[in-house]
Structures are given as C-alpha cells and as structure tokens.
Design a binder for this molecule. Structure first.
Ligand SMILES: Nc1ncnc2c1ncn2[C@@H]1O[C@H](COP(=O)(O)OP(=O)(O)O)[C@@H](O)[C@H]1O
Ligand SMILES: [Mg+2]
Length: 246
C-alpha cells in the first residue's frame, strides 16, 4: 500500500504546485530568445553590409550561434555568405523581402535556438517606411553606420532623429571606412556625439576589409590583417549593449 499512498500523495502535491509567476515565464522566454542587431541607415554605401558580415564573424568566433539576414534585393551579403569556406565557423543565413521580415523574424527569434540575428537592410528606406519602423521596434540594438563624409552624416543624423530615435530602441552611430588623420574625422565624431550615442570604436578605411567580400571571410579571419582591432572594438561594444558579452 505504501506505493499507492506515495502515488496518491504525489498527485495532489503536483497539482498544488504553484504556477510559475508570469514574470518568471517572461524572463525564461526572454533568456532563450535570440537577440536582433539591425544595421540601418538611409543611404547605400554607408557600410551596413560590410559591418554586418564582420560582426557576424566576430560573434561566430566567440561561439555564438548567429544568423545573417539579407533584406537587400541586391543580395551582397548573400553573395558573401555563399562564398564562405566550409571549415569557417558556422553562420546561418536567410534572405527575404523587407516586407516579410518583421513577421518572420519575430517568430524565428523565439524558437530558432540561435543567439543572434544580424539584419542587413537595403538602401532607399523611404520606399518601405512602415516595414523599416517595424524592424526597428523589433531590434535589440540598432547600429547606424556612416562614413565621415558630410552628406552621409546629414543623412544618418536625419534618419536617427526622424525615425530611429522615435521608436525608442537602444541604438548608436558607427563611424566606418574612416580616415583618422583627416580633419573631418574629429569633426564627424563631434557632430554625431551631439545628436546621439556613438560607438567608441570606428572601422578604418582598409583594402583588406573590401577584399574579404570575395572569399566569404571576415577581417578577423585573415591572419595579420589590419583592421582586426577595429572590428573587435565594435563587436565588444555591440555585444555588451545587446547583452551578449562574455
Ligand atoms: N572599412 C572599410 N574599408 C574599406 N572599404 C570599405 C570598408 N567598409 C566598407 N567598405 C566598402 O564600401 C562600399 C560600401 O560598403 P557596403 O558595406 O556595401 O555599404 P552598404 O551596405 O551600406 O551599401 C563597399 O565597396 C565596401 O567594400
Ligand atoms: Mg548593403
């Protein structure tokens, strides 16, 4: 009879177990949920795609399960990913139209088993404003790359103040393809910092960075290449901001 008693006792006790508080459920779901890093600027040529792939490589090399998402019909990121060597740390990849991205990603972030989605966006944001805003709202961090050139700064500052800032998500400017010895470098830093957060590291204008497009690599995967400290710095900043450090 002891066994029966045991069973009888076990059953009601299980039923009486308090349900997990809703907050705890949310915390667990949040912990399992992939993070979303959005590369966003209003202009082509501001280094969104290059930054996306170099940060994806940085994430993969610290053991994170990462996917790149290409929303640009020009498919530059997809072309890079297709050339990625088989023995390089794995990066998953998806390509989809920007209009479908928010719904697909909101779903995938919950159940993908991945740690991080890095989303590369197309130029011409004015063509799909509501899709862009929905993606910004979904993002855990919005990184807005720009060169130090005046028109690029005008454009990214307007994009930030008119759109990104209004959605209230964590975000920062990133100076990229920089020429640090030019006067415009410090001027650009000062100008950006007056408007919003600025990533404390920038990525210099380096041929090696361009070349890695053709072999599916990130700058961190080219032995002795210049620019590795730049990417490591940007990654360290983004990883902490998005909550993936360590
Ligand atoms: N740090 C860098 N040094 C040199 N060239 C770069 C660097 N970052 C990007 N580029 C080059 O600048 C151009 C635009 O970059 P890309 O990432 O395609 O911008 P976007 O995706 O915003 O249009 C490309 O030719 C790319 O190879
Ligand atoms: Mg691009």
């Amino acid at each position: 009879m002891a066994g029966t008693v045991g069973m009888k006792v076990a059953q009601p006790e299980d039923e009486r177990l308090p349900k997990r508080p809703k907050k705890a459920e949310e915390a667990i779901a949040q912990a399992k949920r992939a993070k979303l890093l959005l590369l966003s600027s209003a202009k082509g040529g501001s280094t969104k795609t290059t930054t996306a792939r170099n940060l994806a490589v940085a994430a993969a090399h610290v053991g994170l399960r990462v996917a790149t998402i290409d929303l640009d019909l020009q498919a530059t990121l997809t072309n890079w990913w297709q050339k990625r060597p088989d023995d390089a740390p794995k990066i998953d990849h998806y390509q989809m139209p920007i209009e479908e991205a928010e719904a697909a990603l909101a779903d995938a972030m919950k159940g993908s088993g991945l740690d991080l989605f890095i989303v590369d966006t197309p130029p011409g944001v004015e063509n799909h404003p509501s899709a862009m805003r929905a993606l910004i709202r979904l993002a855990d961090f919005v990184l807005m790359p720009t060169t130090q050139g005046g028109p690029d700064l005008d454009s990214v500052i307007e994009w930030w103040s008119q759109t990104v800032k209004r959605e209230g998500r964590p975000s920062a400017f990133l100076l990229s393809r920089t020429k640090r010895s030019a006067k415009s470098y410090q001027e650009a830093r000062q100008r950006l910092i007056k408007h919003g957060p600025l990533c404390p590291f920038d990525c210099r204008d380096l041929e090696e960075v361009q070349r890695t497009h053709y072999n599916g690599l990130g700058i961190l995967e080219v032995r002795g290449a210049a620019g590795q400290d730049d990417i490591q710095g940007v990654w360290a900043y983004v990883a902490r901001e998005i909550g993936l450090e360590g």
